[in-house]
Write a protein that binds this ligand. Structure first.
Ligand code: B12
Ligand code: SF4
Length: 492
């Protein structure tokens, strides 16, 4: 769920303003909605929350808004404008940028825009003035204790309710809860090591409890997803929260992303896991690399093999579904270390055969120390929104979010990286279904053979999968057309 705009909308509504939130990643008719809203004379501004990969669509929307009403201020906030405020303002489509967290900024901004006051009174923004850019003083990070409870009704919650979980094919009602910001760790590939994002804070237990109670009462979700960088980072609050919810008789299934070293008796007592583990429908951990050198020296993950293996074993023992994420093509990773990742996945799956793994290639996101290292190694990042848009346009494959693999100068043997990207998730998938079963077997056998002969090109297995999928879709289509099956129910 888009928690950033949900926070902004909730704060503005609490201040008496009327807000319309549109999530362009899920609302198919977003253009139509925006068009209609922009035509409304009472609108103060159009705000967009933008991650780097979202630049092309954010530019399209901004152009559309300007095309309808060139006088309406277009405000960009979120990760990319925060890291590159000047670059963002250089785009003719953007009038104002919000740098950093926006709860107080957005209220002051609306007040200024509505009353015609000078924008230089609003802290934490940049704007265009007299042919140049003007930046106001930095805004302090939001005090999470003072925030109103989130107004989920500002979003169309039904759009998010029927998502399937990473560990099962079943579709369930999932509601995201925001329990804190940042992380106490400083991994070199993560935004949390950037000075602007180092403010690690957690929502106090009592407030979080009230938010969860409200959500449970109103939406009755099957699963609560703690959509944080690192849930469980506050040990004391975790113990308080789960005990308090239990005391209120609130049983709920949950899913979260956290660190492997927290899944240990030394951090949270085994009694905690025995009591609340059965309701946990999944935990995501970042293992990143099978090589301890790469993981700790290059990625600064501060995570030993021992920590990871203990976590994976604990989840196997208590039957908690667990997923591990990995990266390949990391700067300074040798081919031998890349293969070590493969061996390590085998080892972890021996400890816990239900461990599912996902793998990405390292993409240097701005704001992290490894982005700087990537530049040193020859990566030339775009210098304008237009150039970002062009780069993102070139990344078209299903495994490329941002930069095509071939454009990363440190990646030796891109074919091997690509092979890992499709084969590992298949070989370690825990989802059921006939297609998935067949592919799991093929991917495992192919990984075994390819490793033996050292061949990473010619993805015939991938072709086979595509044919299999299309055939399966066609069969399903035929079955749907069959009158006998017209009473078939669609699961939720
Ligand atoms: C939860 C999360 C997700 C969720 C939800 C994203 C969402 N729309 O909110 C999901 C799982 C969908 C997701 C997906 C991805 N994510 Co993500 N995600 C996060 C995470 C962990 C927390 C974001 C969050 O909810 N923060 C809490 C809210 C309250 O803060 P916020 O969103 O930043 O908003 C505040 C301010 O930025 C500002 N603000 C934001 N928007 C606006 C707009 C206006 C007008 C104003 C005034 C202010 C303002 O005010 C808000 C309130 O203070 C961050 C890590 C992080 N620390 O930020 C990564 C992060 C944002 N994600 C990242 C990435 C890379 C991705 C993916 C590309 C990953 C992938 N390969 O799949 C995808 C992209 C999906 C897409 N649709 O295109 C990167 C972004 C790096 C970058 N330079 O862009 C981050 C920083 C993680 C990292 N690598 O370090 N993500
Ligand atoms: S532990 Fe996770 S959230 Fe924390 S800094 Fe490292 S990668 Fe980022």
């Amino acid at each position: 769920m888009p928690l950033g705009i949900l926070h902004l909308g909730s704060v503005l509504e609490a201040e008496g303003y009327e807000v319309r939130l549109v999530d362009c990643t899920v609302q198919r008719n977003f253009e139509e909605i925006i068009r209609k809203e922009v035509e409304d004379e009472g609108l103060s501004f159009v705000g967009l929350s933008v991650m780097t990969v979202q630049i092309p669509s954010a530019l399209d929307i901004s152009r559309m808004v300007k095309g309808i009403r060139s006088d309406l201020p277009v405000v960009w906030g979120g990760i990319h404008p925060t890291l590159f405020p000047e670059q963002t303002l250089q785009a003719p489509e953007v009038d104002i940028v919000c740098v950093g967290e926006g709860e107080r900024t957005v209220v002051e901004l609306v007040e200024a825009l509505r009353s015609g006051k000078e924008l230089d009174q609003v802290r934490g923004i940049g704007f265009k003035k007299d042919g140049g850019f003007f930046f106001t003083p930095k805004r302090e990070p939001t005090d999470l204790k003072t925030l109103p409870l989130l107004r989920y009704d500002l979003l169309d919650v039904n759009e998010y309710i029927f998502h399937s979980l990473p560990f099962s094919r079943q579709k369930v009602k999932v509601i995201s809860i925001h329990s804190g910001r940042g992380c106490p760790y400083r991994c070199s590939f993560c935004i949390n090591s950037h000075p602007l994002f180092r403010h690690y804070r957690q929502i106090p237990g009592e407030r979080l409890l009230a938010q969860i109670e409200g959500v449970m009462r109103r939406y009755e979700p099957d699963v609560i997803y703690f959509q944080d960088d690192n849930f469980l980072a506050d040990r004391k609050r975790t113990l308080f929260l789960f005990d308090a919810l239990k005391a209120k008789g609130m049983e709920f299934k949950w899913y979260a992303v956290t660190r492997a070293n927290y899944l240990s008796d030394n951090y949270l007592p085994i009694a905690f896991w025995e009591k609340y583990g059965p309701n946990c429908v999944g935990l995501g951990i970042g293992v990143e690399s099978g090589s301890e050198r790469v993981r700790n020296e290059v990625l600064r993950k501060e995570l030993s093999n021992e920590d990871i293996e203990e976590a994976v074993a604990l989840c196997a023992r208590l039957n908690i579904p667990i997923g591990a994420s990995f990266m390949v093509g990391i700067p300074h990773e040798t081919i031998a270390e890349r293969l070590e990742t493969l061996r390590y996945i085998d080892k972890l799956r021996k400890i816990n055969p239900t461990l599912s793994c996902n793998i990405h290639y390292f993409q240097p996101y701005p704001g992290c120390p490894l982005f700087e290292e990537a530049k040193r190694l020859g990566f030339k990042p775009p210098v304008s929104l237009k150039q970002w848009e062009q780069m993102l346009d070139r990344a078209r494959s299903w495994y490329e979010w941002y930069i095509p693999i071939e454009e990363l100068p440190w990646i030796e043997r891109p074919a091997m990286v690509k092979y890992f990207l499709w084969s590992i998730p298949f070989a370690t998938s825990v989802k059921g279904g006939i297609i998935s079963y067949v592919m799991r077997k093929i991917a495992s056998a192919s990984l075994f053979i390819r490793r033996k002969i050292g061949l990473w090109r010619f993805f015939v297995e991938l072709l086979f999968w595509q044919v299999l999928r299309r055939t399966w879709r066609f069969v399903r289509h035929l079955r749907r057309l069959s009158p006998k099956r017209s009473g078939e129910m669609r699961g939720i």
